[in-house]
Design a protein around this ligand. Structure first.
Ligand SMILES: [Zn+2]
Length: 145
């Protein structure tokens, strides 16, 4: 466990350093915002991208802090959802793991990074609501009558 603790503390330090240096965005994989509704506001998109990366890092930092806290509390190594022991192999691969493999998805839902919401195909965004309102105020029936 000491090994994991050192590993996590080191990783947390690195993330916090990156958060401080985040004026320089290096957003290659997040730059595919072609379908973003606000594509006329590229400044906004840049800011958003930077925000998303920071958010992602913060999420990871949160996860690590949770794990370090769990070490303090003596609950480290147990699944936060079902309480089962987390296999040592999983902890070696992912020392910040707070759940067993079975419940990892639930925890990832909980700590889900923002860009997945932005890129999500589920029609719950503002522009969808706008489209719906537009459709209602100018329906084909009104025109044909
Ligand atoms: Zn579990």
């Amino acid at each position: 466990m000491e090994k994991f603790k050192k590993q996590l503390e080191q990783e947390l330090q690195e993330i916090e350093k990156q958060l401080e240096e985040s004026e320089r965005p290096q957003a290659t994989e997040l730059s595919n915002y072609d379908n973003h509704p606000a594509d006329n506001a590229s400044d906004l998109t840049d800011q958003l991208t930077e925000m998303v990366i920071d958010e992602h890092r913060s999420d990871h930092a949160e996860e690590i802090k949770h794990a370090l806290q769990a070490m303090e509390d003596g609950t480290y190594g147990k699944c936060a959802i079902c309480g089962e022991e987390i296999p040592i192999g999983r902890l070696e691969a992912k020392p910040e793991a707070l759940t067993c493999v079975e419940h990892a998805e639930k925890m990832e839902d909980y700590l889900r990074p923002v860009e997945e919401d932005v890129l999500s195909p589920t029609p719950k965004s503002d522009d969808f609501i706008e489209l719906e309102q537009f459709g209602n105020s100018d329906t084909p029936q009104d025109k044909s009558l």
